[in-house]
Design a protein around this ligand. Structure first.
Ligand SMILES: NC(=O)c1ccc[n+]([C@@H]2O[C@H](COP(=O)([O-])OP(=O)(O)OC[C@H]3O[C@@H](n4cnc5c(N)ncnc54)[C@H](OP(=O)(O)O)[C@@H]3O)[C@@H](O)[C@H]2O)c1
Length: 246
């Protein structure tokens, strides 16, 4: 009996792999429809199973309007999602400020992008650094059209308390950005009055649904600093949930 069940499972897995390998699954909307119906919070992951070109209404960089004259700030712009965002915004003519914690990485990444890209240093986990960065930014720029709050660390990082006394993942992903957001509120408002079009993007995660797996989605900040009650997964989920609530 066990052998039969195992054979059926292996067979089903083989069929699924075949559908993926031959591209048949890509040509259908089966996964997208299933996810949309049962787990709508995971819809952002559908492109993993669906060819970009097959996605109806899929976002494309080419569909962005000209961004000439606009100022954009992307935290954690030297790699991953942040880097691609800087590249896309710059390709449309925006003046992009790539904010990173390492000057070497920032300079190297910026040098690979065509367009008006400059670099600024900030450690998002340090409220002191964020304060200094914000002050300098406000001195240099008189408008902020696009603010992408992207820098982040993940679930595999150790439970660490920053010198300022905050759990590291939460400080980096949420608190630093929240402080920066507050510092730029007036600038964003002024820009919005000028252009009627300001975009603030918080790069959250489906992991916010795993913030506290035992009890569901709740912000629980009192246990964050307690190593025995917290973990990388919980702290990451909490930081992403806090972004969502902002
Ligand atoms: N990739 C995914 O599947 C996924 C899914 C859901 C959400 N996200 C979110 O998407 C965002 C970008 O992730 P990614 O996948 O593109 O990761 P990534 O390639 O590791 O990029 C993260 C960026 O954040 C920067 N960063 C980390 N700590 C920082 C600090 N203290 N101060 C300043 N910058 C700091 C990193 O700088 P260094 O290069 O110096 O480390 C890097 O530039 C994150 O907020 C992440 O939580 C990602």
């Amino acid at each position: 009996m066990i052998c039969k069940v195992v054979t059926v499972i292996v067979g089903l897995i083989a069929v699924l792999m075949g559908l993926i390998a031959t591209g048949v699954l890509h040509k259908t909307d089966i996964v997208a429809n299933l996810v949309a119906k049962n787990k709508p919070e995971l819809i952002g992951m559908v492109p993993l199973t669906t060819k970009q070109s097959d996605l109806k209404n899929c976002f494309k960089v080419e569909s962005l309007p000209s961004l000439t004259g606009k100022v954009a700030l992307v935290t954690g712009g030297n790699s991953g999602i942040g880097y691609e965002t800087v590249k896309s915004l710059a390709s449309k003519g925006a003046e992009v400020i790539m904010a990173c914690r390492s000057q070497a990485k920032c300079t190297e990444a910026a040098s690979m992008i065509k367009g008006k890209v400059s670099t600024m240093l900030v450690d998002m986990s340090s409220m002191k650094s964020v304060g200094e960065f914000s002050k300098e930014f406000l001195k240099r720029y008189k408008r902020l059209d696009i603010f992408v709050q992207n820098a982040g660390i993940g679930v595999f990082d150790d439970h660490t308390i920053t010198p300022e006394g905050v759990e590291l993942i939460f400080a980096t992903n949420f608190l630093g950005h929240f402080k920066m957001h507050l510092a730029f509120e007036k600038l964003l408002e002024t820009t919005a009055k000028l252009t009627g079009d300001v975009r603030i993007v918080l790069v959250s995660s489906a992991a916010s649904f795993d913030a506290i797996p035992e009890v569901g989605v709740h912000l629980n900040l009192k246990d964050l600093n307690d190593k025995s009650k917290s973990s990388g997964v919980k702290a990451y989920g909490q930081s992403k949930l806090a972004q969502g609530k902002l």
